[in-house]
Ligand binder design. Structure first.
Ligand code: PLP
Length: 413
């Protein structure tokens, strides 16, 4: 976590209080550059999965480096456009697209829709027809491979809600001529997240490529293949061994050596997870009957992953004491037993007022935040070369309540 000098984090904490998220511009730039370098020479579009971290400043950083967006809602589309990502670099994914969203995305001119069901394909046809345009579409294939990741972030098995089987996709292409407002000429697969093993990718991509060849032989033009995201990152130093980006790129190059169209990538976590930390202050140490609780001022509403996925995050006191480690349950103030960042974690002894950073918090951290327990959303800052900029100020309690009201008028139903 060399991108996060303790003295800087400490100074920021004194100015904007805690908890806050800090993201390193250098770390994000480095990830973008290594992905771009690994795929140099190929016709590749990197479409950042906005849900990983949807702060406008993060999206602007993507835009400045030519990275597009993978969106799953109109909110994510508006954010991407506002941050300067051109519509022609936006792909629209998700199983629950509704007519209004499709219409707005067509109006904006997004690059393509990743379509996940026959019903959605028909809806796309109807909405595009009423707008008098032709929608570009890719079928999201469910390649039925085990991504060997946490069940809640596995998306490419037949039992998952995502995508359609190759058999079903084959029928879509056979009937594609009947859809005069949809240009169905793409394939898409995204098998899960936090994948640390190349084999599931190899299997999924081979299935996609075999299907692509079959389609081409049957006379269908395939202009783009979107291979999704899912690249895993290091949460547990020394334990998690991520896929080397060069190996991933080599696999893609080999697998799609005969493909002449555009490849799309949708990395989320890999671009931003390790580029972010959540900075929190110890409120007190509570001595339980047989456990020591380190109560901190961040909670599950700020960073949900430990509660939701049993995720392990590194927790580092900014000012370690030169004493033997102590085992703490690191917990937040929220009224849930699940509000636990770590259990029995050995770390330097802490006292009330100490600052700690929780690592690997740049992805699926702030973007999953809520105001549960009526805790305002935390602040977010960008760090760049010894300077920092607030990219989301801490929500006020008044802002948190804005939009709520006492009943002023009762309407007939
Ligand atoms: C979530 C998601 C991604 C990004 O996944 P990461 O594991 O963060 O890279 C990409 N594509 C789709 C369709 C997704 O749902």
């Amino acid at each position: 976590m060399s991108n996060f000098p303790p003295a800087e984090l400490d100074a920021i904490a004194r100015q904007i209080q805690t908890p806050y998220y800090a993201y390193s511009v250098q770390a994000i730039r480095a990830r973008i550059a290594s992905l771009q370098n690994a795929f140099r020479g190929l016709d590749v579009r990197i479409c950042y999965a906005v849900k990983a971290n949807s702060n406008l400043a993060i999206l602007q950083l993507m835009a400045l480096h030519g990275v597009g967006a993978d969106i799953v809602s109109l909110g994510e589309m508006q954010r991407s456009l506002k941050a300067g990502i051109p519509a022609e670099r936006i792909v629209f994914s998700g199983v629950g697209k509704i007519a209004e969203e499709i219409d707005a995305a067509l109006a904006a001119g997004v690059w393509r829709f990743n379509v996940e069901s026959a019903d959605e394909l028909q809806l796309l046809q109807r909405v595009a027809c009423s707008r008098g345009v032709c929608a570009r579409a890719a079928v999201r294939i469910n390649p039925d491979v085990d991504a060997r990741t946490h069940a809640k972030i596995s998306t490419g098995k037949a039992e998952n809600k995502f995508g359609v089987s190759i058999d079903e996709a084959r029928r879509w292409f056979a009937d594609a001529a009947s859809l005069d407002h949809v240009q169905l000429d793409g394939l898409h697969a995204h098998i899960g997240s936090q994948i640390l093993d190349l084999e599931p990718f190899r299997l999924a991509l081979q299935r996609v490529e075999a299907f692509r060849r079959e389609l081409v032989e049957a006379g269908h033009a395939i202009a783009s293949v979107d291979i999704g995201g899912g690249l895993g990152v290091v949460y547990r130093p020394g334990i998690d061994t991520p896929i080397e980006i060069a190996d991933y790129a080599a696999l893609v190059r080999d697998t799609f050596a005969e493909f002449k169209g555009t490849l799309a990538l949708e990395p989320g976590r890999w671009l931003v997870a390790e580029a972010g930390v959540l900075v929190t202050r110890a409120i007190r140490v509570k001595h339980g009957t047989d456990r020591q609780f380190l109560v901190v001022d961040a909670a599950m509403n700020d960073l949900l992953r430990p509660s939701l996925y049993d995720a392990w995050h590194q927790i580092v006191p900014l000012h370690g004491r030169d004493e033997p480690d102590v085992a703490y349950d690191v917990v937040g103030p929220v009224c849930e037993t699940g509000d636990t960042f770590a259990q029995g974690r050995a770390m330097p002894r802490c006292e009330a007022g100490d600052l700690l950073m929780i690592g690997g918090a740049g992805a699926y951290g702030a973007s999953m935040g809520s105001t549960y327990n009526s805790r305002p959303l935390p602040a977010e800052v960008l760090l760049d070369d010894g300077r920092y900029a607030v990219i989301r100020r801490r929500q006020t309690i008044a802002e948190m309540m804005a939009g709520e009201q006492f009943p002023q008028a009762w309407h007939e139903t």
